[in-house]
Design a binder for this molecule. Structure first.
Ligand SMILES: NC(=O)c1ccc[n+]([C@@H]2O[C@H](COP(=O)([O-])OP(=O)(O)OC[C@H]3O[C@@H](n4cnc5c(N)ncnc54)[C@H](O)[C@@H]3O)[C@@H](O)[C@H]2O)c1
Length: 313
């Protein structure tokens, strides 16, 4: 198939592009390299450096390449940037996405897969509970609002234009290639700092010195599998939580990374970060439509192995 991966130079998009190439598809990556890297894009993919906010660029890419499927990963991905610059967030995440959807309709694309956020869309998930797809979303940041808007637009485009789509609500994704210099991605930040012997910081969930926020960490390989299943029409439901269902505190994560690296971390405790959701854990379904998720220990091992090779290189 001919598949456009927007954001395919980024962390998740590049893994999706790799897997699609390996499965024999023709892939075009559209990415403005604002946070992504050219070196992440697989050699066999066609690469266009362009901004999804530029309607003419998106139109040209779609009319030249004529995709059958689009997996839309490009986004402004930072919750705190969205709080500081809600208009920029909306321009990229809502208007940019609409440029993509308009072209999907024009080119009669057979399927759009959308990278939404389970980590942000449900808001705070009460202790002992896991957010299910049928929960009413409770977006608490402009980023969560923009992602939820696009989910709604996709629904409307399906009704209005018959455009088929699958919404994937990712939990907190980690794995090789995640950027430790961004502000998201605690696993990448901890991996780099622990390997260098630098201190790490646990931001409080409530009080300084507690175990930190609770998250559902999902390995990027599982996110790739979800994308492939959606692209191949193997997922009947939408939206779908892409998660493990496991509740992990930041301190537990740090301890696991100490075990895997064999290094003791120097741990500092910081205050609660404003805007941080305290607890986010998603329900994968029983049985999960995506199959078994990678265990945290195994995903962390693969991630640390990658960060070690990168440090050597
Ligand atoms: N990483 C997570 O934990 C997580 C969780 C939930 C949802 N998501 C979503 O998954 C997708 C991929 O996230 P990621 O973690 O790989 O982030 P990333 O920053 O590595 O990837 C985003 C990519 O989009 C590109 N991009 C940004 N703005 C663009 C624009 N205007 N035009 C064209 N390209 C643009 C960037 O250059 C980058 O390559 C995003 O939609 C994000 O919101 C990620």
């Amino acid at each position: 198939m001919r598949i456009v991966v927007t954001g395919g130079a980024g962390f998740i998009g590049s893994h999706v592009a790799d897997a699609l190439i390996a499965a024999g598809h023709h892939v075009l990556v559209l990415d403005d390299l604002s946070t992504g890297r050219r070196s992440n894009v697989p050699e066999q993919a066609t690469f266009v450096q362009g901004d999804i906010r530029a309607a003419a660029t998106v139109a040209r890419v779609f009319s030249d390449f004529k995709p059958e499927v689009v997996t839309h990963q490009a986004a402004q991905t930072s919750v705190s940037v969205s709080t500081r610059e809600p208009l920029r967030d909306a321009e990229i995440n809502i208007l940019g996405s609409l440029n993509v959807l308009q072209e999907c309709v024009k080119q009669k694309v057979q399927k759009v897969v959308f990278a939404s956020t389970g980590g942000a869309i449900y808001g705070d998930v009460p202790d002992g509970q896991r957010a299910r797809e049928d929960w009413l979303p409770n977006p608490l940041s402009p980023y969560a609002c923009s992602k939820f808007s696009v989910e709604k637009y996709l629904h409307a485009y399906n009704k209005e234009h018959g455009l088929p789509s699958t919404v994937l609500r990712y939990a907190n994704v980690y794995g090789p290639r995640q950027d430790p210099h961004g502000e998201a991605g605690v696993v990448a930040i901890f991996a780099e700092r622990i390997l260098r012997g630098e201190p790490i910081q646990i931001n409080a969930r409530k009080e300084v010195g507690d175990d930190g926020c609770v998250r559902d960490y999902v390995y990027v390989g599982d996110v790739v599998r979800a994308n492939l299943m959606a692209i191949l029409g193997k997922l009947a439901q939408s939206p779908v939580n892409v998660c493990t269902g496991e509740a992990t505190t930041t301190l537990h994560l740090a301890r696991m990374m100490e075990r895997v690296t064999g290094k003791q971390a120097i741990i500092n405790h910081g205050a609660r970060r404003e805007g941080d959701v305290e607890r986010s854990v998603l329900d994968p379904g029983s049985p999960s439509p995506l199959g078994a998720a990678t265990a945290l220990a195994s995903g962390i091992e693969q991630t640390i192995a990658w960060f070690k090779t990168r440090a050597h290189a």
